[in-house]
Ligand binder design. Structure first.
Ligand SMILES: Cc1cc2nc3c(=O)[nH]c(=O)nc-3n(C[C@H](O)[C@H](O)[C@H](O)COP(=O)(O)OP(=O)(O)OC[C@H]3O[C@@H](n4cnc5c(N)ncnc54)[C@H](O)[C@@H]3O)c2cc1C
Ligand SMILES: COc1ccc2c(c1)CN(c1nc(C(=O)N(C)c3cc(Cl)c(F)cc3C(=O)O)c(Cl)s1)C2
Length: 486
């Protein structure tokens, strides 16, 4: 447990939502000395056996690690994660190609969601100024009075007052409902046509079935699967596919046909029987993207995590962005001496552009991956990124590097990416032009030329290709033009 400061012990902060962001945020506020009341609709997951309906593991990267470091949790969480140094691309033929995430020592971590949530709740509980309230589902609250109404599973209702309400209650936030009733509150949500389903790849003879320190990817344009390793030597495979495709597969045989066609190398590793069984265990889950602004109401309430910005998972940044929300808010609390009337509007001003940028990036990557990313293209793009980064490390930084391995504000990373694309495209254009000119000069030198002025631009050149009709038959003959007599 960290030391708390004494400045804010009089004020009560209610954190609504005890998921990943709420549990971490409770630590941030408790560390500052606030009296923190965390309210979570579910039972204490440390007593529940299994959390259904969420991704089982997640990729933790720099932004999330920095947040954990602020509350002294980074080492513990990293020690319980599995480093993924590179992507392993699986081609349809089963060919494997690995692409490192960055320089040596640059890796992301596969962490177990439920374990991370448990560890954060346990850390929160170590603060003497912390109260965890499970089985408290927020029904309503007032922005004017700060009064919240919670329903309990026994049917009772509890009313609680707070000086600051922090909405960390996820993509379908009840706290955000009040925002929707207010003028000038912007809100958008998009469900994508793809769903996801998780399948487990068991160990083989007690060992990982595939190389463990990789994020395994099977990019198949419309379909994609990825696999992240777990400490129990299983892999959690996440299959992404349009719901209409999921719905077409209704029998075990159809599951096998599908996997034989798109992911043949995974069949012996997941197991045919397990595939046919697990495919029908849970329905495919939906993915929603939520953007809103402002994130605050007066000096009374602020939204963080998925409650403020749910993103599609195609950058592995949702939790990392939510964790970074906590750091940014805390840095502002320090900067403005916990004056909430200044911190809350400043938090909206700074954080909305960044969270909207990562939401757009994740959606862009989804569209990209779905449109034309197969294993060859994915390999080419990542190798090109890494090559350009290696030869011009200060000029060309891959977008995923800025997103995953730095705390470059997301919107600045996007701006730089656009600028870099202009440089690269400009460079490629210049290169192509130079190459064309070079070819032209060579052709001028080697092609036979007549001594009269150029005839019509087009001139059929006698076939030199043995009559195969090669392209050279219609090359325009480029003739030196006689200098104009003055
Ligand atoms: C398939 C998939 C893969 C993902 N992979 C990654 C990844 O690799 N890396 C990454 O960074 N992110 C990833 N994410 C995103 C990540 O899961 C979310 O961004 C993260 O869980 C958000 O945390 P949160 O605490 O804001 O919301 P949640 O995790 O949704 O927690 C909200 C909490 O609030 C509680 N709650 C809800 N309503 C109420 C109420 N009315 N009263 C009280 N409590 C309430 C809920 O019970 C829950 O505990 C992935 C998401 C998906 C779907
Ligand atoms: C548990 O469920 C999930 C679901 C999706 C993801 C994760 C965990 C973790 N994800 C990460 N994505 C990046 C990334 O930057 N990009 C561009 C990628 C984007 C996609 Cl879709 C991909 F397949 C590989 C990369 C890659 O580069 O490896 C990381 Cl870096 S980690 C996506």
């Amino acid at each position: 447990m960290e030391e708390t400061t004494s400045r804010s012990s009089s004020k009560v902060v209610a954190v609504v939502g005890g998921g990943l962001v709420g549990a971490l945020n409770a630590c941030f506020f408790a560390k500052r000395g606030f009296q923190v009341e965390l309210f979570e609709a579910r039972e204490d997951i440390r007593r529940a056996r299994h959390m259904k309906g969420r991704s089982i593991n997640l990729a933790l990267s720099h932004r999330g690690r920095q947040a954990l470091q602020h509350v002294g949790m980074e080492e513990k969480i990293v020690s319980q994660g599995i480093p993924m140094n590179a992507r392993m691309i699986h081609s349809p033929s089963g060919k494997l190609s690995s692409i490192p995430y960055g320089k040596k020592g640059q890796f992301i971590l596969s962490v177990d969601r439920a374990n991370l949530n448990r560890e954060l709740l346990t850390e929160a509980e170590t603060y003497p100024n912390m109260q965890l309230n499970f089985d408290h589902k927020l029904q309503d609250w007032s922005a004017e009075t700060g009064l919240m109404t919670f329903a309990r599973s026994d049917g009772s209702v509890q009313e609680i007052q707070a000086d600051l309400i922090v909405g960390c209650d996820g993509a379908f936030s009840a706290i955000r409902k009040q925002f929707l009733r207010r003028s000038r509150f912007n809100y958008s949500q998009t469900y994508i046509p793809h769903g996801y389903m998780e399948l487990t790849m068991p160990p083989v003879h007690g060992e990982f079935a595939m190389e463990p320190n990789y994020l395994h990817i099977w990019p198949r344009n419309t379909f994609m699967m990825i696999a992240l390793p777990n400490l129990d030597k299983t892999f959690t495979c996440t299959l992404f596919m349009p719901f209409e495709e999921f719905e077409k597969i209704t029998t075990g045989e159809e599951v096998m046909e599908f996997f034989h066609r798109y992911f043949p190398d995974t069949i012996p590793l997941i197991g045919a029987d397990a595939l046919k069984r697990d495919y029908f265990r849970l329905p495919a889950q939906a993915m929603v993207s939520v953007k809103c602004s402002p994130y605050h109401i007066g000096d009374k309430c602020v939204l963080m995590g998925d409650a403020a910005h749910a993103v599609v998972p195609f950058y592995g940044q949702g939790m990392n962005a939510g964790f970074e929300d906590c750091v940014v808010f805390d840095e502002m609390m320090e900067q403005f001496k916990e004056d909430l009337s200044v911190v809350l509007p400043e938090y909206t001003r700074v954080r909305v552009p960044d969270d909207h940028a990562i939401a757009d990036l994740a959606m862009y990557n989804y569209v990209e991956m779905r449109a034309h990313v197969n294993s060859r293209w994915f390999l080419f793009r990542k190798l090109l990124d890494n090559f350009l980064y290696a030869i011009m490390p200060k000029t060309i930084i891959p977008l995923y590097t800025m997103v995953t391995f730095t705390r470059t504000p997301y919107h600045e990373a996007v701006e730089r990416w656009h600028w870099q694309n202009k440089v690269i495209n400009g460079g490629l254009l210049l290169g192509a032009t130079g190459a064309a000119l070079g070819v032209a000069c060579v052709l001028i030198k080697i092609l036979p030329t007549s001594n009269k002025l150029a005839g019509p631009a087009e001139k059929t050149v006698e076939p030199t290709d043995g009559g195969r009709g090669g392209v050279e038959r219609h090359l325009p003959s480029i003739k030196p033009v006689e200098a104009v007599k003055r």
